[in-house]
Design a protein around this ligand. Sequence first.
Ligand code: AMP
Length: 487
Amino acid sequence: MSFESLGLSPELLRALLDMGYEEPTPIQAQAIPVILGGRDVLAAAQTGTGKTAGFTLPILQRVQPNANTSPSPARHPIRCLILTPTRELAVQVEESVKSYSKYLPIRSSVIYGGMPMDPQVKALQSGVEILVATPGRLLDHVNNKTVRLGTASILVLDEADRMLDMGFIPDIKRILQLLPADRQTLLFSATFSNEIKRLADDFLTNPVTIEVARSNQTSELVEQRVYSVPDARKKDALVHLIREFAIPQAIVFCGTKQGANKLCSQLIRDGINAAAIHSDKTQQGREESLNNFKAGEVKILVATDIAARGLDVEDLPYVFNYDLPHVAEDYVHRIGRTGRAGSTGHAFSLVAPDEERNLREIEKLIKTKINVVELPQFQSASPEREKFAPRSGSGSVSNASASNTRFERAGSDSERAPRKEAGGGRPHRPRLEDMDPMAGVVLSEPSAMESKSQGQDASAHSGFSQRPGRRAAEVPALLRGFMKAPT
Ligand code: AMP
């Protein structure tokens, strides 16, 4: 399927060409015609599925007939309001709107807390067709009478499940009252809980339900592992894994802001270039960390859930859970930072004994048993004691394809000490590119395991259509629709 066949305008098609997108993703293929037709939508789509373009493109097309170059603010009323739970997501969504609307005289702007009101007021006063906002700051503007929402005939609730978790629903209900009753409403959520369905009943009118992946499903392209490590050794284990896998960049999730700060300082002390991102940081500090990470200047971004929500960092190959989240759904969101846009990714969780319960909850939610690997050299709570303990392995990870047994010990196929090559050469240290990216994943759908024998290129982390080398049999059904045919 092509973007042309979805009936998108030449201006939008030109912008898509510039972005290098060749085919719509499944959520785009399903959502675009429905939204163009003016229907309400309830969409369950994982992050990384291309959902932002899935709603932005048809919205731009619906606004296009009113697009104009007039300098008069009155000619640029708010026509679409996009609400997101976090500042970072708001910024990213607005960047997408700007990229897709680059050949159209449609104005967009983003407003969020933690920044001075004045520049936002100026932007609003000069006229904006597409407004992206976080609910709290939008209500500040409503209270100050610096925004008028009565003309917004399209409303998007992006990552609605997170807005629910963050307690934004009363704010959203207030905002809804300021919008026209006969608007079009689009609700996107990574997970599809009963509460979300109830919200949809309240907010949407006869919606079309679109579900591109099973609810609460993690991407089949993400290799998930649990490293069983006592709390006191997590930092050492993390540093070890970063070095052992020669990890170029990763997001590391921590449970608390204090924990994130502490870990960040420890990593810096260990010579690893790290930055922390959480809600106690100033907006400028958060943007700086994120930009430095995106530019590749920062290797490890230590983040809390709220700050990391919606981050889209291209080709992020690794995500670590330094602490498991207390809310199982957050695991799905966290690991959705990798394996995006058809790339493979790795989600490694460091799990202390007292987090086992959380792990069970997560496994129940994702209906998948995650492979548990032990790092023998990090089992003792104190590094000192290990100096005298017999070392049974270095923790280097060899091809883990046979490691679907839970709680494997050193000496198994998954965790083996470096060994001399038969010919007495250098110790065998498996490299990342030798690893089967699907190894260690216990998948609920056997078909995806077929890919194991096909020798995927684990180092390929590029976008969907830029990956001509993948064979059809390797591509999970979810992604088949928008991958380029084998060349
Ligand atoms: P999202 O799920 O909206 O956060 O999008 C995830 C990533 O996929 C973003 O980096 C988009 O730029 C990218 N993307 C979206 N649609 C396509 C497409 N049709 N082809 C290639 N990349 C895409």
